[in-house]
Design a protein around this ligand. Structure first.
Ligand SMILES: Cc1cc2nc3c(=O)[nH]c(=O)nc-3n(C[C@H](O)[C@H](O)[C@H](O)COP(=O)(O)OP(=O)(O)OC[C@H]3O[C@@H](n4cnc5c(N)ncnc54)[C@H](O)[C@@H]3O)c2cc1C
Length: 421
């Protein structure tokens, strides 16, 4: 199919990937409407993509091998022991090959690779979208006023999607009952700890477990080439002050919006529940580099309606334990581009995409709930487990379908090539 006008609402990971896919597929006009006026890259921290998913996405032309990343090869599960061993007792060394990214570096890479003829409109908040009837046009309304018609509107507008409200208004994100504190800092600061950076090989992911939560720590590339950051995600019960502020569906706190007292509470929790070295790592983080994210998930019964289509987190939101948020968004773009190339008209394009990605998205949400229950809210007694028990526990969580890091995507190489624009 060639021609047509496409509006992409949201210019983050899914938005950039869909804009590129639509342009490569042959859309005549592609416009990205992004609410944020400035540079998004300053707001992100770390994320990982499993090597198998990474290779598939590179082959399919939706991820560029040139985007800076950091190789990770093993995941060490540890827990505090009574002897006070600095790195804790090793529960299991799990082989796991992934690449870690700085969210901002990944976003910049995708943004730079978006074809020039795609029009980006930062600072444009979409307030409503419609077009559930294939016989009429799709449209968006923006905060500036006015309604703009398009042949297709893609909702890549994340967790609280405006486009989703038109596609499946009944879908609601559910609060998982716990939060993730996230932080990052310059890896050179590790030398301030007893044992220094040498205590932590660069390719190791650490998961430090405690009753009621865990902390996942790994290195990522810094925004500036040649620099490395430490990144961590600390799953924990919601602090009392957050529950009071937000009820059962608390809102997050962005990087830089936490005060010293709240940071102090986090440091005290880390000291109480983590092996000393990992508590020290969390404590090295400057308050302005910490954010708090209540964990939610969301599945949708459908991801298309008429001339509207959902992508990335707008379509399905998974808890971060699956390590799949970015890969899932890029896989959605692969499926969309394939469906576009195979379609003879709009009536074929949307069902083709829905068929391929709908079930996969729902399976991933379910997996993320199982992982959250097994690792956080219903975690085992860590003092009683060893390597074989951990390996069996992990297999139980994955079930027959697997899917950690995102389900495999059967793809042929993209006709536009890995670097295709
Ligand atoms: C600034 C930022 C930093 C992030 N950092 C991390 C990170 O460090 N680690 C991690 O694992 N995940 C991070 N994420 C989330 C991650 O990008 C997603 O989980 C995943 O990659 C899927 O991306 P997405 O594009 O579907 O959704 P999102 O990344 O959530 O993007 C949605 C985009 O839509 C825009 N938007 C929302 N509503 C409207 C509207 N009404 N009109 C116009 N635009 C709208 C938002 O500003 C945003 O840019 C971050 C997201 C953002 C936006």
């Amino acid at each position: 199919m060639r021609g047509g006008s496409v509006a992409v609402v949201g210019g983050s990971i899914a938005g950039c990937a869909f804009a590129r896919a639509a342009a490569r597929g042959g859309a005549e006009r592609v416009t990205v409407l992004e609410r944020s006026p400035g540079h998004l890259e300053d707001r992100g921290v770390g994320l990982c993509v499993l090597l198998d998913r990474y290779d598939e996405l590179v082959l399919a032309g939706h991820l560029d091998d040139g985007i800076r990343h950091h190789p990770l090869t093993t995941r060490h599960w540890v827990a505090k022991d009574p002897a006070g061993t600095p790195r804790g007792r090793v529960l299991w060394v799990q082989p796991m090959t992934m690449h870690s990214f700085h969210w901002g570096v990944l976003w910049q890479g995708l943004r730079e690779r978006t074809p020039e003829r795609v029009e980006f409109r930062p600072g444009t908040a979409v307030t409503a979208a419609g077009g559930t009837d294939l016989a009429g046009p799709a449209w968006v309304e923006t905060a500036a006023g006015g309604r703009e018609p398009y042949d297709l509107v893609v909702g890549a507008d994340g967790h609280r999607s405006v486009v989703r409200a038109a596609v499946c208004p009944e879908a609601r994100a559910e609060y998982a009952g716990y939060v993730a504190w996230r932080g990052s800092f310059d890896a050179r600061l590790l030398d301030r700890l007893p044992g220094g950076a040498a205590h932590w090989p660069e390719a190791e992911v650490i998961t430090a477990c405690y009753p009621g939560g865990q902390v996942v720590l790994y290195r990522i590339p810094g925004l500036t080439p040649g620099t490395t950051l430490v990144n961590w995600v600390f799953y924990a019960p919601a602090p009392d002050w957050l529950r009071t502020a937000g009820g059962t569906d608390p809102l997050g706190f962005a990087v830089g919006s936490l005060d010293a007292a709240r940071r102090g509470e986090l440091a005290a929790l880390a000291e109480r529940v983590l092996p000393p070295y990992w508590a020290g790592v969390v404590d090295l983080t400057p308050v302005e580099r910490i954010l708090l994210q209540p964990i939610h998930d969301l599945e949708t019964p459908r991801r298309t309606a008429g001339r509207l289509l959902l992508a990335g987190d707008a379509a399905t939101l998974v808890r971060p334990h699956t390590t799949s948020g970015a890969a899932k968004a890029l896989q959605d773009a692969c499926a969309f581009e394939d469906a576009w190339r195979a379609a003879e008209g709009w009536a074929d394009l949307l069902p083709g995409y829905d068929r391929e990605r709908g079930a996969a998205g729902r399976a991933l949400v379910e997996l993320s709930r199982r992982l959250g229950r097994a690792q956080v809210t219903g975690a085992p007694d860590w003092s009683a487990v060893d390597g074989p028990a951990m390996a069996a526990w992990w297999r139980d969580q994955l079930g027959a379908s697997g899917g950690f890091g995102g389900l495999a995507l059967e793809r042929r190489p993209n006709p536009a090539g890995p670097e295709g624009r």
